[in-house]
Design a protein around this ligand. Structure first.
Ligand SMILES: [Zn+2]
Length: 50
């Protein structure tokens, strides 16, 4: 699984949960964003990039 913003590989926790979070873009598509991108971008910024 890769971050939809930076393309970096997203690791999974031992519970098989991705370290990152799911977001929906303006078209309602589910996208995954790594924790780094969440830190460096605002929610609004992420939405325009997804
Ligand atoms: Zn990222």
């Amino acid at each position: 699984m890769k971050c939809d913003i930076c393309g970096k590989k997203i690791e999974l926790t031992f519970l098989n949960k991705p370290i990152g979070s799911y977001m929906r873009n303006s078209k309602g598509k589910k996208k995954i964003v790594c924790s780094d991108c969440q830190r460096t971008h605002s929610k609004e910024e992420l939405k325009t990039k997804l």
